[in-house]
Design a protein around this ligand. Structure first.
Ligand SMILES: Cc1cc2nc3c(=O)[nH]c(=O)nc-3n(C[C@H](O)[C@H](O)[C@H](O)COP(=O)(O)OP(=O)(O)OC[C@H]3O[C@@H](n4cnc5c(N)ncnc54)[C@H](O)[C@@H]3O)c2cc1C
Length: 307
């Protein structure tokens, strides 16, 4: 059985939980995806380190996932291991406040929206734009998640990754080439902690900004059906959603997947969608946009288990 030796080596050797043949549909916001050979919820840094060793010993491909809110996993699943961050990576604190400025130090497994809420409760401004973005801090830093105006890279002081074979490595904000939905963090490094810049703000103003952001999301995004957010990156100077909408593709469906009627850059799972359905829509939309506008739309979502 592929991966079973690695499973046996990890089971009992890590504090966290190890699953064999774990359906990824359970771990993605799309509710789509076949099994990963191994799915490991690492409880500590040494768990992640142990995973690296075992994966290397067995030549097992692996990837790290947060809440799977930007992932499309193939129907055949992933012939490798998925690493996620558990208990030791869910801490956060606001140390060293000086003259109204502070750092928010948080583990890579903390849910981003919870951080935004906690900053608000502490009277700190800076994370309002991130409220409503599903997923973990690690995923948000890797993706440089954000809104049209602000992104994670803009509030990073530094972050720490675990690099296989080397250990902990710290990046200052300016060490990374932050860009639109791109951090430059090399794939294969696991973000274990982020240090974010926050500043004392006016509670009413922080709340107003967060509420405005949530209101905009509720009115423009299909939040009651499974999706992975925006499927395509906006091409330079254009909006992927507007291009798709202008071609009359809202409502275009394949199997159980459909281009959202509310937001043309969302492809939603109406209940029984397969990854193949979503991919078929992606291909069709790309072809039509290329024919009509010459733009080659690039996916923002990340693919796992596709060859
Ligand atoms: C309804 C909805 C709305 C959304 N709105 C937005 C939005 O407004 N703005 C926006 O930018 N995104 C948005 N997204 C997309 C998604 O929520 C973000 O990209 C989010 O930051 C992904 O976090 P995650 O923890 O779920 O990462 P995952 O989806 O699990 O992973 C995404 C990528 O990050 C990598 N990764 C995850 N954790 C780590 C880690 N600890 N270290 C290194 N790499 C890691 C993965 O390998 C993968 O390549 C939306 C998604 C949904 C479903």
């Amino acid at each position: 059985m592929p991966g079973f030796d690695a499973y046996c080596d990890l089971e009992g050797a890590v504090k966290g939980a190890v699953f064999y043949n774990e359906p990824m549909a359970r771990h993605t916001s799309y509710r789509i995806g076949g099994p990963a050979l191994l799915y490991v919820e690492c409880a500590s840094l040494s768990d992640v380190g142990r995973c690296f060793e075992v994966f290397a010993d067995h030549g097992l491909p692996w990837c790290v996932a947060g809440k799977g809110s930007n992932l499309l996993v193939s129907d055949e699943g992933f012939k490798g291991a998925v690493v996620t961050l558990g208990s030791d990576f869910k801490h956060f604190s606001f140390p060293d406040e000086e003259e109204g400025e502070s750092l928010l130090v948080a583990g890579g497994g903390v849910i981003l929206s919870n951080l935004a809420q906690s900053a608000f409760k502490g009277g700190f401004a800076g994370l309002e734009f991130s409220v409503g973005i599903p997923g973990t801090l690690g995923g948000a830093l890797f993706m440089n998640a954000g809104s049209a105006e602000e992104w994670m890279g803009g509030i990073v002081e530094s972050l720490t990754v675990l690099r296989p074979g080397e250990g902990l490595v710290r990046y200052g904000a300016s060490d990374l080439p932050w860009g639109y939905r791109r951090s430059g963090i090399p794939a294969g490094e696991v973000v274990v902690e982020g240090r974010l810049k926050v500043a004392k703000g006016h509670l009413g103003q922080i709340r107003a900004k967060m509420e405005a952001s949530l209101k905009r999301r509720r009115s423009t995004q299909p939040l009651t059906v499974p999706s992975a957010g925006s499927v395509f990156r906006n091409p330079p100077g254009a909006s992927a959603g507007q291009l798709i909408e202008s071609l009359g593709l809202k409502g275009y469906a394949v199997g159980g997947a459909r281009v959202s009627e509310l937001h043309a850059n969302f492809i939603v799972n109406e209940g029984a969608a397969t990854a193949a359905d979503v991919v078929a829509i992606i291909m069709h939309v790309r072809k039509r946009v290329k024919e009509e506008y010459g733009h080659e739309l690039q996916p923002e979502i990340r693919f796992v288990g596709f060859s």
